[in-house]
Design a protein around this ligand. Structure first.
Ligand code: URA
Length: 219
């Protein structure tokens, strides 16, 4: 690397700056790839499961390049999952200071009163602190279940499920339908597609929220 032999496998390499050769041939950084996967329920957002359950990598095997998931969806959640090899992009999407909105459709285990929906909007108390205000829309009521659309700007572990539990209900079905301006559209479940350059730019751009600016992060 840069004319010297490096034997330490953990040596940090920046392929934008360092000149790296292997057996005399120059190495180049892999080109950046961005994939939108419509994850079905029953697939883990991990590389390998000791119990041999299916993972999202089974679904993107045809992508032909190493990608990692941007955040995660629970085993029983379906919907939009971004996968990429661009760590800076993933950081920008996941950084809570940027408040990238994530939209979910939810089938609740109960009917929800207006009062409970209002509590979800205002923010509920969870074991790791109060949630930020959310956009919550009643889609319809069945005989025993309320269907909601909820947009949150955080990505805490099992957040939507815990929010519904905080208003004495439970999630029966959870689908992520959008991340920022990106929607699943007519992509069939279990399938993936590459993002267009303008979709990547729209997701990666955008100003920091006021709280992010205060902390002086990213951009
Ligand atoms: N919130 C959850 O509870 N689960 C998910 O998979 C995503 C958001």
């Amino acid at each position: 690397m840069n004319g010297k032999t490096v034997r330490n496998p953990d040596h940090w390499v920046d392929l934008d700056r360092d000149r790296v050769t292997l057996d005399g041939k120059p190495l180049r950084a892999a080109s950046k790839a961005y994939v939108l996967l419509y994850k079905p329920k029953g697939y883990l957002t991990t590389y390998r499961d000791p119990g041999d359950r299916p993972t999202v990598y089974d679904l993107i095997a045809g992508a032909g390049i190493w990608l990692f998931p941007v955040g995660r969806l629970d085993l029983d959640t379906s919907g939009l999952l971004l996968m990429t090899n661009d760590t800076a992009f993933a950081e920008r999407i996941s950084n809570p200071d940027r408040e990238v909105p994530k939209t979910y459709q939810i089938k609740a285990a109960t009917l929800l009163t207006d009062d409970r929906i209002e509590r979800l909007r205002q923010g509920v108390e969870l074991s790791d602190g109060p949630t930020r205000p959310a956009l919550v829309r009643r889609l319809r009521d069945g005989a025993r279940h309320t269907h909601l659309e909820m947009t949150i700007t955080e990505g805490r572990n099992r957040q939507v499920r815990r929010m519904l539990e905080a208003v004495d209900s439970r999630v029966l079905k959870l689908v992520r339908t959008a991340i920022g301006p990106l929607r699943i559209g007519d992509l069939p479940i279990g399938k993936w597609r590459k993002l267009a350059a303008d979709e990547v730019a729209a997701l990666a751009g955008g100003p920091l929220s006021a709280s992010g600016r205060n902390r002086g992060a990213v951009r």
